[in-house]
Design a protein around this ligand. Structure first.
Ligand code: SF4
Length: 217
């Protein structure tokens, strides 16, 4: 990636984000338990679909202790609108394990987070970024779409989110002290502008974007 393009991309992204930031309750907290619950629900599920489910869940189980004491059936009923039937079992196991270990706290280390059922690299990093402000990039197919289009990069792996080169590429994009803001900006930009069907003509990146230069669409 060219440093000059990278710098312009980051400056414009932050400027765009300040006028278009999406607001969700899990973005207004750094409580590790609430961040964990939100990130778990957001796995392969859109934020708007998660919103009422998250609100209801937090109302019923406002902290880890109460969530871990809940029976599986109560968690199943709360998660049912998400439509992924087996997920409640994994969440119930994860919450039970969290309450039983780490002194009832969500771990602060990547290795420990990855030991929790249902937690992959994205979710573990998201907890570290949004609850603990760690300087790490998040990388999923949406962020890959943005990065690959703007910088003309592509992963050598069929599943780019398993590519360590891509993870370190996105890590390098995160300025010191701005991990939370920059990751949210990337997520929102991918959702609003650089969508599957991109909105290039009105995009603030179009004069620096490799994809737009090549396709003009
Ligand atoms: Fe995405 Fe188009 Fe913007 Fe490039 S110009 S970042 S492809 S929306």
């Amino acid at each position: 990636m060219k440093r000059s393009v990278e710098g312009r991309f980051l400056r414009r992204l932050l400027k765009w984000f300040r006028g278009h930031r999406r607001s969700f309750p899990w973005r207004e907290t750094t409580d590790p338990y609430r961040v964990f619950v939100a990130e778990f629900m957001l796995q392969r599920t859109g934020a708007q679909q998660v919103l009422p489910v998250y609100r209801n869940f937090i109302e019923q189980f406002p902290d880890l202790r109460r969530a871990a004491q809940a029976d599986e059936d109560a968690i199943r009923r709360t998660l049912r609108p998400l439509g992924r039937v087996k997920r409640y079992k994994v969440l119930a196991r994860a919450l039970g394990l969290l309450a039983a270990t780490s002194e009832g706290r969500v771990p602060r280390s990547l290795g420990r987070l990855l030991e929790i059922p249902g937690v992959g690299l994205y979710t573990a990093r998201a907890v570290l970024v949004f609850a603990h402000g760690r300087r790490l990039g998040l990388f999923d197919p949406n962020i890959y779409r943005v990065i690959s289009r703007v910088f003309g990069l592509s992963s050598s792996r069929p599943r780019a989110h398993t590519d360590p080169v891509m993870w370190s590429t996105v890590d390098r994009l995160i300025p010191r002290g701005m991990s939370r803001e920059m990751n949210l900006a990337l997520l929102d930009f991918a959702a609003a502008i650089c969508r599957l069907k991109p909105r290039c003509p009105t995009c603030p990146m179009n004069d620096i974007c490799d994809y737009y230069r090549r396709t003009g669409t």
